[in-house]
Write a protein that binds this ligand. Structure first.
Ligand code: 5GP
Length: 205
């Protein structure tokens, strides 16, 4: 069978508390399958090792507010005193080119995407326990105690949104979390609505 190019890419939304290990899981996932990671815009300061244009597009508050005013964002939210947002243009281009696109965004932004893109796949990732989350945030050694307390409190609030997601992935071990997300994405690819090109093409009666 000739594998035809998909007409449109799948939008995947991944949320989960800060420190759960999303970046590591995403990097591993991208090594295993073609996926475009949406580089968000943020007003927060870069952490050590983070690169502009790779981890985030780091912009001023003024520039971010201009982007909001000019409707350049698919969604945005304020999180622990900083803005975070997704470029509408880039996402649209990638999806139209048949590429799957992954957004790593917090719950308020995800709820906005649910409204505008109901066909997206919504995945929430949690650590094996709250104690483990606290340990990981401290081990990261990038935020002061106040910021960590804020992030833990935020995590408690975010957990309440889990029922609004389609899938829950537990990141006890990176390979397990990656495996679960792989399964979710493979199942999504097999949905009849995503295989219309095959039904109407090589397998047409
Ligand atoms: P961090 O500062 O730890 O990199 O990210 C803080 C939170 O912001 C994470 O939960 C992350 O998923 C979320 N985030 C990153 N980019 C975006 C974005 O473009 N939009 C929204 N709504 N949240 C984002």
């Amino acid at each position: 069978m000739t594998q035809r190019k998909k007409t449109k890419g799948q939008l995947i939304v991944l949320s989960g508390p800060s420190g759960v290990g999303k970046s590591t899981v995403i990097a591993e996932l991208m090594a295993q399958r073609p996926l475009y990671f949406s580089v968000s815009y943020t007003t927060r300061q870069p952490r050590t090792g983070e690169q502009d244009g790779v981890n985030y597009n780091f912009v001023s508050r003024q520039e971010f507010e201009r982007m909001i005013a000019d409707n350049e964002l698919l969604e945005y939210a304020e999180y622990v005193n900083n803005y975070y947002g997704t470029s509408l243009k880039v996402i649209r281009e990638k999806l139209d080119s048949g590429m799957d696109v992954l957004l790593d965004i917090e719950v308020k932004g995800a709820a906005k995407v649910r409204q505008s893109c109901p066909d997206a796949i919504f995945i929430f990732m949690i650590p094996p326990s709250f104690e483990e989350l606290s340990r990981r945030l401290h081990a990261r050694n990038t935020d002061n105690e106040d910021v960590i307390t804020g992030r833990l409190e935020k995590a408690r609030q975010e957990y309440k949104e889990i029922p609004n997601y389609d899938y829950l992935v537990i990141n006890d071990k990176v390979s397990n979390a990656v495996g679960e997300i792989e399964s979710i994405l493979t199942a999504a690819e097999c949905r009849v609505m995503n295989r219309k090109n095959i039904v109407e093409g090589d397998y047409a009666l």
